[in-house]
Design a protein around this ligand. Structure first.
Ligand code: CIR
Length: 254
């Protein structure tokens, strides 16, 4: 059974980092309720959820995806670019230690897990404002000997690689062609998001089902036309903090 590590929403989320969005009022009670529904959705898809307590001093700590990347063979603890997020990694390392041997991204590298998309033995690493070339070198050194090919992908106009592209079934990615070049992912098939829904490329594949935000009606129709099974949830409050569905969990073994 896959384990999903999550962390409760911090009451400080109103002070979250923002790069591409203006600050909007976040309804904390609603954010907590939506996050609980997200955890329940993971459970309904067969995950055992290990929900960590909220970190009151760390505004973005609900976005556990950025603190680590997990492979069957090991986990790599990141070094987030945002200084306000650096301390998030410690408790995530503690949560992962019983399950995986750990390696660490070290200075001068900076890296957010949101920039890492693994598909089979290929690991795509977004070269974003959060993740630099040193991280690419360090990831290659860690994963190359295990038989992974680590490929740098440039992303423009969005926060992370997985804001621009995610996997939606074994052979298919969902992507925003304005933010990332689809050719990087050949020979996989790609589905473009609807142009009016630029944030619609972030989807979370768990088993054969995709956890997907309720607001992207047109892109949802495109996914359904491709026969992709969806579990729809509302993450409106986390989206105001530039979060989405991949970033709220670390899934081990799915
Ligand atoms: C940040 O700017 O770091 C947070 N407010 C949002 C992080 C979302 N993480 C993700 O999509 N992987």
């Amino acid at each position: 059974m896959p384990i999903a590590i999550t962390r409760k929403v911090s009451p400080a989320i109103t002070k979250c980092e923002l790069t591409h969005l203006p600050r909007q009022k976040i309804d904390f009670a609603l954010a907590r309720q939506q996050h609980l529904a997200y955890e329940q959705c993971l459970e309904s898809l067969g995950c055992r959820v290990h929900s960590l307590p909220a970190e009151p001093a760390l505004p973005d700590s609900v976005f556990v995806e950025d603190a680590a990347i997990v492979f069957p063979e090991l986990a790599i603890i990141t070094r987030p670019r945002a200084k306000s997020r650096r301390a998030e990694v410690e408790s995530i390392a503690d949560a992962l230690r019983p399950h995986r041997s750990l390696q660490h991204i070290a200075a001068p590298a900076t890296m957010d897990g949101g920039d890492v998309l693994r598909i089979g033995r290929k690991v795509f690493l977004g070269q974003s404002t959060r993740t630099n070339g040193h991280a690419l070198e360090q990831l290659r050194a860690a994963l190359g000997p295990l038989g992974y090919e680590v490929l740098g992908v440039s992303v423009k106009g969005c926060l992370h690689l997985k804001s621009a592209v995610t996997q939606v079934d074994e052979n298919t990615v969902l992507l925003n062609p304005n933010w990332v070049d689809a050719r990087a992912f050949g020979p996989l098939k790609s589905i473009d998001i609807a142009p009016a829904e630029p944030f619609a490329a972030n989807a979370l594949l768990v088993g054969k089902t995709v956890i997907y935000p309720s607001v992207f009606f047109e892109t949802r129709r495109r996914l359904e036309e491709h026969g992709i099974g969806l579990a729809i949830i509302n993450v409106s409050e986390l989206a105001k903090a530039e979060g989405a569905v991949t970033c709220c969990s670390l899934i081990l073994g799915a």
